[in-house]
Design a protein around this ligand. Structure first.
Ligand code: T5A
Length: 236
């Protein structure tokens, strides 16, 4: 589980006068997104940036309330389309309350899951029509699209085993308890997303140890989001 969004204040950002950068982490269950979001935030903070770490569903008080409804399974009887609309409602509040204000003041936002999770969980794996998903994304996300999406990829069985070890035999949530076939469709869906949008997305081999994965992520971030075009200092 992710911690609730943390916000660093009082740190001077080298990009304080321009829009911040928006990085999302995506992937199947237990891929290591929360672990890597924390590590990336630490490195960016070490470089002097204000960083907001957040997550979906959730990331604002209203969206956290909707998260509970979704992940407890309470919304499942309403059907996949209704769940999709609830994810969108949570996202709209999260964007308005947390993400856009942070980007506007020049902070870097690192978000554990975002709209691609809806495309893949509800769309590719859950069979909700792409028309509904695209319409909701257009209304909620608008032009607040991620600058970079890191897709953490590893075999389904390994991800589920990690998630199970982390919950130590505790209850699985609404999506963890889906079939193996559903989780395989998720992996294929995320890989297809990277193939379709290679400029925005990067596939990260998440089957390696956490330090190796975080070094690979750092290489992608420094390569794709060089800060010097704003006249600020390089990320070391
Ligand atoms: N969802 C979400 C949708 O269906 N549609 C949507 O639009 C959105 C936004 C969210 C659920 O909602 C669904 C997807 C999800 O099912 P969640 O509780 O936020 O649920 O869970 P997840 O996002 O799936 O995150 P997890 O916590 O399950 O996995 P993470 O964050 O990928 O993994 P992490 O970092 O917590 O690591 C899991 C375990 O593995 C270890 C960690 O220490 C931890 O114990 N680990 C490693 N072990 C070995 N090697 C490594 N490299 C490791 N990295 C981490």
């Amino acid at each position: 589980m992710n911690p609730l969004p943390r916000q660093m204040t009082g740190v001077t950002s080298p990009l304080a006068t321009s829009r911040g950068r928006f990085i999302t982490l995506e992937g199947g269950e237990g891929a290591g997104k929360s672990t890597q979001a924390r590590r990336l935030a630490e490195r960016l903070r070490g470089a002097g940036y204000e960083v907001v770490t957040t997550r979906e569903p959730g990331g604002s008080p209203g969206a956290e309330a909707i998260r509970h409804v979704l992940l407890s399974g309470a919304a499942k009887p309403l059907g996949a389309e209704a769940e999709t609309m609830l994810f969108a409602a949570a996202r709209a509040d999260h964007l308005a309350t947390t993400i856009r204000p942070a980007l506007e003041r020049g902070a870097w936002v690192i978000c554990d899951r975002f709209a691609d999770s809806t495309r893949v969980y509800q769309g590719s794996a859950g069979h909700v029509g792409q028309g509904l998903i695209a319409a909701l994304e257009s209304v909620t996300v608008g032009d607040t699209r991620p600058d970079l999406t890191l897709v953490l990829d590893l075999p389904v069985e390994e991800g589920l085993a990690r998630a199970a070890r982390r919950s130590a035999g505790g209850k699985t949530d609404r999506f963890e308890s889906e079939t193996l076939d559903f989780h395989r469709r998720l992996r294929e869906g995320f890989r297809a997303l990277v193939a379709a949008e290679p400029r925005r997305c990067a596939l990260i081999d998440a089957g390696r140890d956490p330090l190796t994965v975080s070094n690979a992520i750092w290489d992608v971030v420094t390569d794709r989001l060089p800060p010097h075009r704003n006249g600020s200092t390089d990320i070391p």
